[in-house]
Design a protein around this ligand. Structure first.
Ligand SMILES: Cc1cc2nc3c(=O)[nH]c(=O)nc-3n(C[C@H](O)[C@H](O)[C@H](O)COP(=O)(O)OP(=O)(O)OC[C@H]3O[C@@H](n4cnc5c(N)ncnc54)[C@H](O)[C@@H]3O)c2cc1C
Length: 443
């Protein structure tokens, strides 16, 4: 079955539960966690009903769901008890990190319990290979901890404040992906998980056993902690180069895709998108931009190449603050800033392939007002194609046109498990036999 461009509401997979089960679970959680550990107050419910899906006008127009209860575990040991209680009462359980996922995949489709992991922030260990932390640790905190120990994370997303568990369960790529691929491609060394069974307990998974739970939206297990890869810290420089013509900028970005040593991050935008980014003298209004994290040893050579391609070097900066700042201008963030500058105007599609650059004008013309944000990915370019929004039908109609140009498309307007769904379904049948973990994620 080909992937749908947007999600449609169906009751399929809805667990059979009601107010009595919710009330009984609330009592169980009160006994387990105390009065501060569980809430059904409107503010808590509203907060747990939101995520980054506001970026999609298609998802924003729908009622994606809302929990009946939210709980706030403060120790990893209590998680199996919470999961057992939800299983005993037959109430669905959706695990929540920072709530920045942009497909609505953390909003509980059928209600039930949301478990907020953001208090579980401990970083437990680091060695030459990996860092071990609880699921609520922030990605930026892990990167800082790694730098303090002469290491760097293999990768982290542009939503740098998001959680380790959320990035592993709901994210896919980020700073470092050019070299290391996506988060399900070897980043994870081990996971501590809890399955939704009536005898739930902490289960430790190593290597190949852990990988299949990555990018599964928590439907096959709750991630309580993880060990993820680090590598020796490199001496990074953040470079900002502006261009009068975005064609030159995008072509120069593609030319750098074979550069050795590879950048840790490379993003390119046309002037209209740059104009929407936060004010910075290195982001020159009215000019296209390339931003890259480069090994200090190759800054001069890359700057020479970009200058020869028509660019003007605006800034070369160093230090972790600058690295993180540049990361937070990558991936979905330029779209986010564009939408902030022009509310209710734009939507975006996730697109990939060198055709983004080699057929740039044709790609941008697929949607009215089309503007590409480009990232250098792992062995291919990818990006976000922004366009003026009219209707879901208009969004769908552009997909075959993009594909005919040789562009791969992934829709950010649907909430289904989108990585190897059949395999995930088979795992979940064993680890969540009652279908209680974040239900409603199968297309
Ligand atoms: C502007 C913007 C930019 C973004 N940039 C990127 C990017 O560069 N790269 C990228 O990959 N993503 C990106 N995202 C998507 C998202 O921000 C990231 O994937 C982020 O890492 C998710 O973490 P979170 O803590 O916010 O997770 P949440 O949004 O809370 O959860 C995401 C999913 O994981 C599940 N989950 C959360 N914690 C656990 C757990 N402990 N165990 C099991 N399941 C769990 C949730 O149920 C949900 O399905 C972006 C989103 C926005 C809005």
């Amino acid at each position: 079955m080909s992937a749908p461009v947007f999600g449609t509401h169906r009751d399929e997979g809805r667990p059979d539960f009601g107010p009595d089960e919710v009330e009984a679970l609330a009592d169980d959680l009160l006994a387990l966690l105390g009065p501060r550990g569980v809430s059904s107050l409107p503010r808590a419910i509203a907060r747990a009903s939101r995520d980054g899906s506001g970026m999609s006008p298609i998802l924003s127009a729908q009622d994606l769901g809302r929990p009946d209860l939210v709980c706030y575990p403060r120790t990893p040991q209590v998680i199996p008890h919470i999961v057992r209680a939800a299983v005993r009462r037959g109430v669905p359980l959706t695990t929540r990190g920072k709530g920045t996922g942009n497909y609505g995949q953390v909003v509980p489709r059928f209600g039930g319990l949301v478990m907020d992991m953001t208090s579980l922030t401990a970083i437990e260990a680091i060695d030459d290979r990996a860092i071990t932390a609880l699921a609520g640790a922030r990605m930026v905190t892990l990167e800082q901890f790694a730098w303090d120990n002469g290491k760097q994370l293999w990768m982290y997303p542009s939503t740098v404040q998001s959680t380790l568990g959320g990035f592993l369960a709901g994210g896919s790529a980020g700073t470092g992906t050019i070299v290391h691929g996506r988060n399900h491609e070897g980043f994870v060394e081990a996971l501590d998980v809890v399955y939704a069974t009536d005898d739930a307990e902490l289960v430790h998974l190593e290597g190949d056993d852990a990988q299949p739970l990555v990018h599964t939206y928590g439907v096959a297990g709750v991630i309580v902690g993880a060990r993820v890869r680090v590598e020796p810290l490199q001496d990074w420089r953040s470079i900002y180069v502006s261009f009068a013509d975005h064609h030159n900028a995008f072509t120069a970005a593609l030319d750098l895709s074979t550069f050795d040593p590879a950048p840790r991050l490379l993003s390119a935008d046309r002037a209209e998108v740059v104009d929407a980014l936060p004010s910075d003298p290195a982001l020159v209004r009215g000019r296209a931009s390339i931003r890259a994290l480069l090994d200090a040893r190759c800054v001069d050579e890359v700057c020479d190449r970009l200058t020869a391609a028509g660019g003007r070097v605006e800034a070369v900066r160093d230090g972790i603050m600058q690295t993180v700042k540049m990361s937070a201008l990558s991936y979905n963030h330029p779209t986010w800033w564009l939408q902030k500058a022009h509310p209710d105007r734009y939507f975006h599609m996730e697109v990939r392939g060198d055709a983004l650059v080699t057929a740039l004008d044709a790609v941008e013309q697929v949607y009215e007002g089309g503007m590409l944000h480009l990232e250098m990915g792992h062995e291919m370019m990818f990006g976000m194609l922004n366009g003026i929004y009219h209707s879901p039908e208009q969004v769908v109609a552009g997909v075959p046109e993009l594909e005919a140009l040789g562009v791969g498309v992934h829709s950010p307007h649907q909430w289904y498990v989108d990585l190897d769904a059949d395999r995930v379904k088979a795992i979940a049948a064993r680890t969540d036999p009652m279908g209680l973990l974040n239900p409603g994620r199968w297309m």
